[in-house]
Design a protein around this ligand. Structure first.
Ligand code: HPA
Length: 275
């Protein structure tokens, strides 16, 4: 058997008897939603280190576990702590958790992250719904022998972010009174923030936000036929767009400041995602 698929199967075997329900939504908690899970009664939790072969996050402040809770009545599996490519993992390991949540039964993937904004009006704290992405600067998670069990060799990427889910997010944001911008997310490899000219390049390419995650996850999910949506918390303007250097603390502080409104929107949106 293909080693990537074999590892996924092993992880699936390790978790499947521990699920309190079949999740409908898989939610990846990025910076800005770190305490999101604390708002709900947990039905179960599976620390990543208890899953054999599972990649464990090395970023300070990123906890690593799956959490299971009803979010506004909708059975949801949350990833508290994602795995980033810059930590040194293969792309197939980076997206393994996404694939695993699909095997758990989740049909919808809700991605969140912190990102640098490329439009001046996105100054600190805006929320941006992802309408499309540029993943050309990181290796494809689909590279290597195709896993036929998961999806096709040459998957279409014309609609990675589900149109109906985008409409649901727009509507929910309006109803919740949470301003929601829209734009294209570009994934760089990190871990360094961009140079001013890399930011200029990203803007020329049509990106509205830059970050170090998410697009590869969306790609793997699309390959498996999941419906995907995503929201970026714009924690800062891209390097060179202001005269101040970037740092992780500032990113975290802005993310924390926005977390109340972010959580409100995500909760209300998931509430609308039941069957
Ligand atoms: N660049 C890349 N990743 C980020 C940024 C940024 O400016 N802000 C938060 N995550």
């Amino acid at each position: 058997m293909n080693p990537v698929y074999e590892k996924l199967q092993r992880c699936d075997q390790a978790v499947k008897d521990r699920l309190p329900f079949t999740p409908r939504v898989a939610l990846v908690l990025g910076s800005g939603l770190g305490d999101f899970a604390g708002r709900f009664q947990m039905e179960a939790s599976i620390p990543y280190e208890e899953i054999p072969g599972f990649p464990v996050s090395t970023v300070p402040g990123h906890q690593g576990r799956f959490l299971f809770a009803y979010v506004d009545g909708v059975p949801t599996v949350m990833m508290q702590g994602r795995v980033h490519y810059y930590e040194g993992y293969d792309m197939t390991d980076v997206v393994l958790p996404i694939r695993l949540m699909k095997l758990m039964g989740a049909e919808i993937l809700f991605l969140t992250n912190a990102a640098g904004g490329l439009r001046p009006e996105f100054a600190g704290g805006a929320l941006m719904m992802i309408t499309d992405h540029i993943a050309s600067f990181v290796p494809s998670p689909l590279r290597g022998e195709n896993l036929e069990e998961l999806g096709t060799r040459f998957p279409d990427m014309s609609q990675v972010y589900d149109r109906e889910l985008q409409e649901l997010l727009r509507r929910t944001a309006g109803e919740s009174g949470v301003p929601l911008a829209e734009g294209v997310y570009l994934q760089f490899g990190g871990p360094a923030y961009e140079t001013p000219h890399e930011v200029k390049m990203a803007r020329l390419l049509g990106a509205d936000a830059v970050g170090m995650s998410t697009a590869c996850e969306a790609m793997a999910a699309n390959h498996m036929g999941m419906r995907v949506c995503g929201i970026s918390c714009i924690t800062n303007l891209g390097c060179g767009m202001t005269d101040r250097p970037l740092n992780h603390e500032e990113v975290q502080q802005t993310a924390d400041r926005v977390s109340g409104r972010f959580a409100k929107l995500v909760t209300a949106a998931i509430g609308q995602m039941g069957e």
